[in-house]
Design a protein around this ligand. Structure first.
Ligand SMILES: [Zn+2]
Length: 279
């Protein structure tokens, strides 16, 4: 949700359009400089949650686009670690339990070196931040040299992180599809999640990004589309809202034109949830 006017506005506006989970940026995602969180902002957010009935465990933050925890330039890598630490500290102050992170892109280093560097950075960030906040590594489309676009890579990351208890996954349907994982039919959906379960485990998924894709299967290009209007199509989303393993998992739409389209996309999800399961 857009946050102009404060995070409490994002919660209140989200509630009005049918959301029971809210994702925000706690700071402008395109810049390092950040304003301090004020007591007023903390209490306004708490009041908005109380009045809308939206639960804290359904509040999600997305980290800055500038962060690359495995940047080959060590100065940039350190800047990224510090940026991530500040993001987690802001979430801790605000009471936001989840921070979604793209972790990084290996650039010229190769996947293996990139993953090692990213894991090392993340462990350092976790050691310097409070336990309240959990970092969710997002599945990516594999655009450029982005890490975590294959399920086996995600499994390797968890190994490198020693299965740290403060790390989970945010699975993005547009990204896994662009990375080559089909979910367009109930059979394809089940096969893809069986593969995920075999390699990573369903319990690691704490948040879902529910987006259709403008680009075809396996193109590794990340372009979000409105639900049911892209290359994925509505059957995948019907499966998702009826999957008993995701009954308690917050689902977030990150589609274009927040106003008025978030309302339209959220309404579709509630509608599909009220109909029969295709699974
Ligand atoms: Zn996403």
């Amino acid at each position: 949700m857009p946050t102009s006017g404060g995070l409490h506005k994002a919660v209140r506006e989200g509630s009005k359009i049918g959301c029971t989970a809210i994702q925000v940026f706690t700071n402008s995602p395109q810049q390092w400089a950040a304003k301090a969180i004020t007591c007023d902002a903390v209490s306004a957010l708490a009041l908005a949650l109380e009045e809308t009935g939206i639960e804290r465990r359904h509040l999600v933050s997305h980290d800055s686009y500038l962060i690359n925890l495995c940047a080959p330039d060590l100065e940039k890598r350190e800047q990224s670690r510090q940026g991530m630490i500040r993001e987690i500290l802001r979430c801790n102050e605000l009471g936001i339990p989840w921070v979604v992170s793209h972790v990084g892109a290996h650039m010229s280093q190769g996947e293996e070196a990139g993953m090692k560097a990213a894991a090392e950075s993340l462990l350092q960030v976790l050691a310097e931040t409070p336990d309240f906040v959990t970092v969710l590594m997002e599945t990516t489309a594999g655009q450029g040299s982005s890490l975590n676009y294959r399920f086996d890579q995600m499994a390797t990351m968890f190994e490198l992180l020693g299965n740290h208890p403060r790390v989970g996954v945010c699975l993005d349907t547009c990204h896994i599809f662009a990375a080559g994982y089909d979910i367009r039919t109930p059979e394809a959906y089940s096969a893809t999640f069986a593969e995920w379960d075999r390699l990573v485990g369903r319990e690691k998924i704490k948040v879902l990004h529910v987006n259709d894709s403008k680009k075809a299967l396996g193109t590794r290009v990340d372009r979000h589309n409105h639900l049911g209007e892209g290359e994925i199509g509505e059957t995948a989303f019907r499966c998702l809202v009826h999957d008993p393993l995701f009954e308690e998992t917050p689902m977030v739409v990150e589609t274009p034109d927040a106003v008025p389209m978030h309302q339209a996309n959220v309404t579709k999800l509630w509608h599909w949830a009220s109909e029969a399961s295709p699974l």
